[in-house]
Design a protein around this ligand. Structure first.
Ligand SMILES: C[S@@+](CC[C@H](N)C(=O)[O-])C[C@H]1O[C@@H](n2cnc3c(N)ncnc32)[C@H](O)[C@@H]1O
Length: 248
């Protein structure tokens, strides 16, 4: 552990605030700040928290949805129990996990999806960013169809290639789409939150039927980037989807 990391860690006001308020992560403040600006979660809502470990966003979601709400949360890593949260361990990109979520919902819609999903970092930004974009696309393709009309979706994504295509795909499905950097995201951070409000009814969606993942791959390919889908491999942070290279 470097001295610089230790000093930054110790000075981080959000970490200290989280500790004194009983939140399990400083990230809890990122969701609180998004909530303050966009009012994504309401009392009585059903919320799906994707990439929930150690549980800060789930704690905030339970506070906001209250006793009449429901919070289902999923991560590759098990969380300590959180009162009021239905915690699942699994990979959100896997069909078996998706089936379990569908069974839990029993055809009832979700009102808000909050995703702080992040791959295990390799330290190579281009690779981490491509994996983040791929994960976000897969979460969107699975989860957005489960939202009720008017529902909200928020996800973290690493800034870089593919974001514009994700925003365009989101704008077909939601009436309001915005990028937002909460104050609790460190200044140096490369993450941004994509906030999507008011999911449009399926029959009002004006666009072709291709998945968001395919739309993003297509747009990157049109811009001259090569998508190496055959690079697919699985590590314990989930599948590494496409890697992207500039065509020679
Ligand atoms: C930044 S952390 C989330 C922090 C959390 N929002 C909080 O407030 O405590 C990102 C999480 O995404 C999870 N994750 C990454 N890939 C995933 C996948 N394919 N399925 C489920 N969770 C995944 C990681 O295990 C990690 O715990």
């Amino acid at each position: 552990m470097s001295k610089r990391w230790y000093n930054e860690h110790r000075r981080d006001p959000w970490r200290r605030k989280a500790k004194s308020s009983g939140y399990r992560s400083r990230s809890a403040y990122k969701l609180l700040q998004c909530q303050e600006k966009f009012n994504l979660i309401r009392e009585g809502d059903t919320v799906l928290d994707v990439g929930c470990h150690p549980g800060g966003w789930s704690q905030v979601s339970v506070e906001l949805t209250g006793e009449t709400g429901r919070v289902i949360a999923i991560d590759l890593r098990p969380c300590e129990p959180i009162p009021g949260v239905e915690l699942m361990v699994g990979d959100i990109t896997e069909e078996s996990t998706q089936r379990l979520i569908l069974e839990m919902l029993q055809r009832k819609p979700i009102h808000a999806i909050v995703s702080d999903i992040s791959p295990r970092l390799t330290g190579q930004y281009e690779m981490d960013q491509a994996i983040s974009v791929d994960l976000v696309c897969m979460v969107m393709d699975f989860a957005i169809p489960l939202l009720n009309d008017g529902g909200s979706f928020i996800t973290k994504v690493f800034q870089g290639r593919g974001i514009e295509a994700i925003v365009r795909a989101a704008k077909i499905r939601f009436s309001k789409v915005q990028r937002f950097s909460p104050v609790a995201s460190r200044n140096s951070s490369s993450e941004v939150y994509l906030v999507c409000k008011n999911r449009l009814p399926a029959n009002k969606i004006d666009g072709d039927e291709i998945s968001i993942r395919m739309a993003v791959e297509k747009e990157l390919a049109d811009q001259g980037f090569i998508i190496n889908s055959e690079d697919e491999e699985v590590n314990d942070s989930g599948p590494i989807g496409f890697s992207v290279h500039r065509a020679k």
